[in-house]
Design a protein around this ligand. Structure first.
Ligand SMILES: *Cc1c(COP(=O)(O)O)cnc(C)c1O
Length: 220
C-alpha cells in the first residue's frame, strides 16, 4: 500500500477532533513529500538536525513538531521554525526554550511530557514534579512559551489493560490541569498520546493528538 493510501486509511479511522502528527523520523524527504501531496501538513521528528534539514528542503506551510527528547544546548537551532515541542520534561529545558524564544521574538508552544509507563527509560515528569514546575516563580515569569497540554507514552506491551490504565492516568492529569485557572503561559487544550500500536486505545481514553509513524511510512 502507498503512503498516501495508508495516510488516508488512518485519517478515516480517527475522529475529526483528533490531530494527526505524521512521525517521519529516519524517513527520506521523498516519503514526506508523498504524505504532503496527500494533504498532510503536520510532521513529527525526534532529532533537531534531521528536522532542520527537512524543514529547509520542504514547503513552508508545514508544521514541524519536535517529539523526541530535547537537549538544552540544541534548542536554539529549532526555535526559529518549530511549531510545537512535545517532550518538555524539566524547568531547565523550559527556561532555555523561553530564553531562545525571547531572542527570536517568538512564542513557542510546548507540551509537558509525563512519565506514565513502567519502563525506567521513558522520559517525563511525575505528578509532583509537574506541580512543582507549574507553581515555580520561574515558570510564572516566562513570557515567550505557552504550555498547551501534556504528552505521554505508554509502556511497550501487548497488555491492553495496562496501556489503558496508563492513558487514563494521563487523561486524569490533563483534566486536572484544565481545571486550573488559565494564565498567559498555561492554556491546556492538547493531550498528545497514542502511536501506531496504541492510538485507538489512546483515542478511547481521550487523546486529542496522535503521533503515528510506522503505520504511515513503514517500519524503521
Ligand atoms: C517514534 C515515535 C512515535 C511514532 O512511533 P510509531 O510506533 O512508529 O508510530 C511517536 N511518538 C514518539 C515520541 C516517538 O519517538
Amino acid at each position: 500500500m502507498s503512503i498516501a493510501q495508508k495516510l488516508h486509511d488512518i485519517k478515516s479511522s480517527i475522529p475529526d477532533n483528533v490531530t494527526l502528527v505524521a512521525v517521519s523520523k529516519t524517513k527520506p524527504v521523498a516519503d514526506l513529500m508523498e504524505a504532503y501531496e496527500a494533504g498532510q501538513r503536520i510532521f513529527g521528528e525526534n532529532k533537531i538536525q534531521e528536522m532542520t534539514e527537512k524543514w529547509q528542503q520542504m514547503p513552508k506551510d508545514i508544521e514541524w513538531h519536535m517529539i523526541g527528547h530535547v537537549q538544552s544546548n540544541k534548542v536554539k537551532y529549532m526555535v526559529p521554525y518549530v511549531k510545537l515541542i512535545h517532550g518538555v520534561d524539566s524547568l531547565k529545558l523550559l527556561k532555555e526554550i523561553n530564553r531562545q524564544a525571547v531572542r527570536w521574538r517568538k512564542n513557542i508552544n510546548c507540551l509537558l511530557q509525563i512519565h506514565i509507563a513502567e519502563e525506567e527509560t521513558k522520559f517525563g515528569l511525575n505528578e509532583h514534579e509537574l506541580e512543582e514546575l507549574l507553581h515555580s516563580e520561574e515558570f510564572k515569569a516566562m513570557t515567550n512559551i505557552k504550555i498547551v497540554g501534556l504528552m505521554g507514552m505508554a509502556t511497550f506491551t501487548d497488555n491492553q489493560e495496562q496501556i489503558k490504565r496508563e492513558f487514563n492516568h494521563l487523561k486524569k492529569m490533563f483534566d486536572a490541569l484544565k481545571n486550573q485557572p488559565t494564565t498567559q503561559n498555561l492554556q491546556p487544550t492538547t493531550l498528545s498520546m497514542g502511536m501506531s500500536g496504541d492510538y485507538q486505545i489512546a483515542i478511547d481514553c481521550g487523546s486529542t493528538m496522535v503521533r503515528i509513524g510506522s503505520s504511515i511510512f513503514g517500519s524503521r
